[in-house]
Write a protein that binds this ligand. Structure first.
Ligand SMILES: Nc1ncnc2c1ncn2[C@@H]1O[C@H](COP(=O)(O)OP(=O)(O)OP(=O)(O)O)[C@@H](O)[C@H]1O
Length: 637
């Protein structure tokens, strides 16, 4: 619910220089609107002045394309040029290319068209007089029929053989007419033709009906971004041949246009080299760096800059003020949503803290946060409100749910329908684990364990199923080391089966480690697990519970599923910022060791012995910072 703030609280939260976002000044230049990416901004400014390429790596929605657009604004528009194709009388299949100052191309084409029209008019006039003369003379000498035949033949011959001025009109293939700034072209996901240019197919090709080759030339994004910025997101998804051609274009700063389809008449045509002196901003996540063409990568590395985008910033007054400005910017950019009052901005800041998932930080995933601002504004607008308030933001949070969140809801329903997880009673070898999908939505992920005598003469195996990826597989191995030590059982004669239930998207990360350990210990010792508990946490081989990502979302998912207690790593305690309406529905139990996990999750007296053994494990401190965290893009459990 909305809570009132005192004036002092307000000042502490975001200073006192505004009542609603309408009084906040929004910088004019886009580069000054970029928030929280100071390093990237500095690099972009430098790269713009030195005309260097830039590679931006980081989470989606943190401002990569915004920075590329901002870079275009920084480039001198005085250097812009138009590019034109002209017919080549010596070789029709090799159209000529000419550059002219920006805006001039249109004038040239218009002048040629006028000229052609004038010539065509006077030619038509001449023909009319000639035909009329012939017809009148033939009538006069009584040979009207022959006269008409002769007139028709003359008309046909002149059509065929007279020069056709309209076919000589140059074509403007890159126009910067009245452009206020250097071009910004987003070539994400384009095919070769759109990227490198193409020559259209000509079905007639000869006989006087053909379209001249220069008129069929279409420029590509590399040409349209001449003297501007070419932005390519997920560059690794471009075909290798296209990446190779892009590299040639980068090196040569010109690239001839030819038909991309081998079976088209366009493939016969190749223009003179077409200028393409663009700055490339390539973007993506770490995957993009690994999978892009090595030569292209080394070109950027050698002749440009590489920037890693941050995904959160410190929660300081200064940064919160920039967040207020972000809301103001989004309101202005949208154009029809009402300004936000302090209460509404406070809710946005709160959401930004929640989404950061990290103590004392604010998220920089502004695309998603911008979505929330717009939905809140839309709700206010639909109510004809003059101001967007906290109530609108709270309502927006319920509506503006990501696909992953909606998917998580549907998983929850399906799991409830088929009773895939329990929230009551106790059962052996069955744990309510927790996972996150898409970075911002939690799900309950049941894990089951069974221990059976092995049939193999080579000794027992750990068999884990549920589409586990590398880190998850390693986590299973590490957990079995703990189990061996803890239970004191000779488990070499046993096979340990671990099953992740309903993991259709695969399992990544190691935060299911304490759940696996608990399930296996329960199965080995035949001690039931309390099903009112869910848990998340990774585990060191010495029994320490280590931090995980997405604690807030996981707790909320458990609460939504009706689970009463959630065990989380103590080191994540400060990251948790769950929604108010979940607060009294779920108890959060922070733990530091596996002994505490067992203490809180196993049922009955028999657990005491195990807890004792676990407590004796070394509690030597380990370097938490060195632990690698979640790998983006897949389920993290
Ligand atoms: N650092 C930022 N400062 C201010 N606004 C931002 C920032 N990052 C993103 N935004 C807002 O979010 C919108 C989307 O961001 P943008 O498209 O630049 O993200 P991206 O990193 O390129 O994501 P993707 O890789 O998915 O394309 C921007 O138009 C802007 O409104």
């Amino acid at each position: 619910m909305e809570d009132e703030m005192t004036a002092t609280e307000e000042t502490e939260l975001f200073g006192d220089d505004f009542n609603t976002t309408s009084s906040i000044d929004v910088p004019e230049l886009m580069i000054d609107q970029v928030i929280g990416q100071e390093h990237a901004v500095e690099v972009v400014k430098k790269a713009a002045s030195q005309r260097r390429h830039v590679m931006m790596i980081g989470t989606p929605g943190t401002g990569k394309s915004m920075l590329a657009k901002a870079m275009a604004e920084l480039l001198p528009k005085e250097e812009l040029e138009d590019i034109m194709t002209y017919p080549n009388l010596e070789d029709n299949n090799n159209p000529k290319i000419r550059e002219v100052p920006a805006g001039k191309g249109r004038e040239i084409v218009l002048a040629h068209k006028m000229e052609a029209r004038k010539k065509a008019q006077s030619r038509n006039m001449m023909m009319m007089f000639l035909v009329l003369g012939i017809v009148m003379y033939s009538f006069y000498v009584g040979q009207l029929l022959w006269g008409i035949i002769a007139a028709i033949m003359i008309l046909m011959l002149t059509r065929q053989f007279m020069p056709k001025e309209e076919l000589m009109i140059p074509k403007l293939v890159v126009s910067n007419y009245q452009k206020e700034k250097a071009p910004y072209i987003d070539a994400t996901g384009t095919h070769a033709g759109a990227l490198l240019g193409d020559v259209r197919h000509d079905p007639f090709q000869s006989g006087g009906l053909e379209t001249p080759a220069h008129d069929r030339v279409e420029s590509g994004d590399i040409h349209k971004s001449h003297k501007g910025v070419l932005f390519i997101d997920e560059i690794n998804t471009l075909r290798l041949e296209s990446q190779q051609s892009l590299l040639t274009a980068l090196q040569e700063k010109e690239y001839a246009i030819t038909g991309q389809s081998e079976r088209s008449s366009g493939a016969l045509v190749k223009t003179e080299p077409v200028p393409c002196d663009f700055i490339m901003v390539a973007a993506g996540n770490l995957d993009a760096v690994e999978k892009m063409h090595p030569a292209l990568r080394s070109r950027i590395k050698g002749y440009g800059y590489e920037v890693f985008m941050r995904d959160s910033m410190e929660d300081t007054l200064e940064n919160r003020k920039t967040l207020v400005r972000f809301v103001a910017q989004e309101v202005v950019r949208d154009g029809h949503i009402p300004p936000f009052d302090k209460g509404a901005v406070k809710e946005v800041i709160r959401e930004s803290r929640r989404r950061a998932g990290r103590k004392g930080h604010l998220t920089l995933k502004f695309r998603d946060l911008g979505g929330l601002v717009r939905v809140a504004g839309d709700i206010a607008h639909s109510e004809n409100a003059e101001i967007t308030t906290a109530t609108h933001v709270l309502a927006a949070k319920k509506i503006a749910r990501s696909i992953e969140q909606q998917l998580a809801d549907s998983y929850l329903e399906r799991r409830k329908d088929y009773q895939l997880f329990d929230k009551l009673g106790s059962s052996v070898g069955r744990v309510n684990g927790l996972a996150v999908m898409g970075g911002d939505s939690g799900i309950v992920l049941p894990i089951m364990a069974e221990v059976t005598p092995t049939q193999s003469s080579a000794g027992g195996h750990v068999i884990a199923t549920g589409m586990l990826k590398d880190i998850a597989k390693e986590a299973v191995q590490n957990v079995s080391a703990v189990i061996k030590k803890v239970t004191g059982e000779d488990i070499s004669n046993h096979d340990i089966h671990i099953q992740f239930i309903g993991t259709y998207e695969g399992v990544e990360g190691d935060s299911a480690s304490i759940s696996i350990a608990t399930a296996v210990i329960s199965a080995l010792e035949n001690i039931p697990i309390d099903q009112t508990v869910a848990m998340t946490g990774s585990l060191s081989v010495r029994g320490d519970v280590l931090p995980i990502g997405g604690a807030t979302y996981k707790i909320e998912a458990a609460a939504q599923a009706g689970i009463k207690k959630v065990i989380i790593p103590k080191s994540n305690e400060a990251d948790v910022l769950i929604e108010d309406y979940y607060k009294d529905k779920v108890e959060i139990i922070p733990v530091a060791t596996i002994a505490e996990v067992i203490e809180h999750s196993l049922v009955g007296e028999d657990k005491a012995g195990i807890v004792e053994k676990l407590k004796n494990m070394s509690n030597k401190k380990i370097d938490l910072a060195a632990r690698s965290k979640k790998v983006a893009g897949s389920d993290d459990v």
